[in-house]
Design a protein around this ligand. Structure first.
Ligand code: NG6
Ligand code: CA
Length: 512
């Protein structure tokens, strides 16, 4: 009896011991963490408190920055949406493809279904892939029939699931599209869309100002939906039209459901919020919260959404197994076509921080954006000055999940994105409304361009001049001192690199 008891004791103790040993081993890093890209629309370098804003408080975005890596030299490829999103998903410089420009809501898909993309690459590594939010990369192959399966689209370039708005909140069609079908469409009220002419009898912002709840300042005077005048004409599809003020909650719920449904397998989610792009339509809960008018209010709304989304990851027990990448598609703009008090109520807030320019600009504020990576328990909090770009995510994530990615402009900077290295790219070509410039080390070279120096509608400098511009960002982050005449050696070096990357000799484009 005693003997049996002792034996049992020995076995139990042995098991306990083995358990103890395995518990003492360092927790192995999950080889397939979930990957989430949270992508904002027109959020500026200075719009978050973590990046220096004092008039806006963004605790949830700050958490990603302060408990993850805050990149100070993180870039979108471009100063507008479509090209940046193209670069992000394909790892290819958008200026290599002349179709990669701000698209109307009726444009065909500009990513070839043959092309490499982040979701395709992650699928090869066994991931389930989804997008929730803004697309703006075109849909269909020509004339889209919005009442049938709309393809090719996100589901044909690598996403297993998609729930999107086609282009922008200010462009028709103002409906959500779920896996290629308009959500909530009544077949008896078909949707028609045109970017050429109005449909007979339909009111427009131009002709019916009495119907408007938000007034247009420039552009944005075609079809009216929910009292808001849009770009482009649309008829029908009434039951399917989105509610602008509920859009943030709607996309958040979709993103949260996606997480809940896929928590038991490795997943990728591209959560593309549309704040603070125009029209700025905060839910009533956020109206007046920032004291800065709708632009500030929707930034707070987006921040809240990110907090709720993080809570879901936490509640589902997968926050420590999820790499989150946060960025914005281009720099900030105040008046982007509607009267919404963005300029009038700005106060002391500086959306671009210390940077010069803004959306549409070749100056830094056009493309340098908030950029963070966060992975609880794996990434150590730090600030990184490495030069990184959204096009590098393709090659970097491929390295993380151990698959080959098709060669492109994308550079593998995974060690940098995980905070194990401080080195970034040597060079980056940036783009703004089809013009390009080079960042190399601490220097920026902008070749000469002809054209208006200021976009007077939005009151932002394009960053161009008829002469070469050369700035040293280390001493002159705000790009006040053009050193082109003083440093001909540096200028020549950058011109050579620029030509090499672009694959062609610099031709002065004085006709633009
Ligand atoms: C511009 C719009 C602007 C915005 C932008 C796209 C006018 C006058 N301006 O053409 O309001 O929609 O396109 O923004 O129509 S982006 O962030 O999606 O690139
Ligand atoms: Ca944008």
């Amino acid at each position: 009896m005693h003997f049996m008891k002792n034996l049992t004791f020995l076995i139990v103790a042995g098991l306990f011991f083995t358990q103890l040993i395995s518990c003492n081993e360092a927790p192995s890093k999950p080889d397939k963490p979930n990957i989430v890209i949270i992508y904002l629309d027109d959020l500026g370098y200075g719009d978050l408190s973590a990046y220096g804003a004092t008039e806006l408080h963004t605790p949830n975005m700050d958490r990603l920055a302060n408990e993850g890596i805050k990149f100070t030299s993180g870039y979108a490829t471009s100063a507008t949406c479509t090209p940046s999103r193209y670069g992000l998903l394909t790892g290819v410089y958008p200026w290599r493809d002349e179709k990669a420009k701000i698209l109307p809501g009726s444009a065909p898909l500009i990513i070839s279904t043959e092309q490499e993309t982040i979701p395709k690459m992650l699928k090869r590594a066994g991931y389930y892939t989804g997008i929730v939010g803004k697309w703006h990369l075109g849909l269909g192959a020509g004339d889209v029939n919005w009442n049938e399966y709309i393809a090719p689209g996100p589901n044909e370039v690598g996403f297993d699931e998609s729930y999107i708005l086609a282009a922008t909140q200010d462009r028709v069609p103002t409906v959500y599209i779920e896996n290629g079908y308009v959500d909530g469409l009544d077949k008896d009220d078909p949707i028609q869309v045109s970017y050429k002419e109005n449909f007979e009898g339909e009111p427009t912002g131009l002709e019916n100002p009495e119907l408007l709840t938000i007034k247009w300042h420039h552009g944005h005077n075609n079809s009216i939906v929910n009292g808001i005048p849009r770009i482009g004409f649309m008829k029908g599809g009434d039951a399917a039209k989105w509610s602008d003020v509920d859009m943030a909650d709607h996309f958040l719920a979709k993103a949260q459901n996606y997480v809940k449904e896929n928590k038991n397998r490795p997943f990728f989610l591209y959560y593309a919020l549309r704040q603070p792009h125009v029209p700025r339509t905060p839910h009533p809960r956020f109206v007046g919260k920032s004291g800065m008018g709708p632009r500030g209010d929707v930034i707070l709304e987006a921040d809240w959404c990110i907090g709720e989304f993080m809570k879901t990851l936490e509640e589902e027990g997968i926050l420590e197994n999820t790499l989150i990448i946060f960025s914005s598609d281009n720099g900030p703009v105040l008046n982007d076509g509607y009267y919404d008090d963005a300029v009038e109520k700005l106060g002391d807030h500086t959306p671009a921080g210390e940077l010069r320019g803004g959306k549409y600009s070749l100056f830094e504020a056009g493309t340098r954006v908030p950029f963070m990576t966060y992975w609880k328990g794996t990434i150590k909090p730090q600030i990184s000055d490495a030069l990184v770009c959204q096009i590098d995510l393709l090659a970097s994530l491929a390295d993380l999940v151990n698959v080959d990615a098709e060669a492109s402009d994308s550079q593998n900077l995974m060690e940098t994105f995980l905070g194990k290295s401080k080195s970034g790219r040597e060079n980056l070509v940036i783009e703004a409304v089809s013009r390009t410039a080079l960042r190399s080390g601490d220097w920026v070279m902008i070749p000469p361009y002809n054209g208006k120096k200021v976009n007077t509608q939005v009151n932002i400098e394009y960053g161009i001049d008829e002469n070469f511009q050369l700035y040293n960002l280390k001493n002159d982050l705000s790009q006040q001192q053009n050193l082109a005449a003083q440093r001909p050696d540096k200028l020549e070096e950058l011109i050579n690199t620029f030509e090499q990357i672009r694959g062609e000799e610099w031709k002065s484009d004085l006709s633009y």
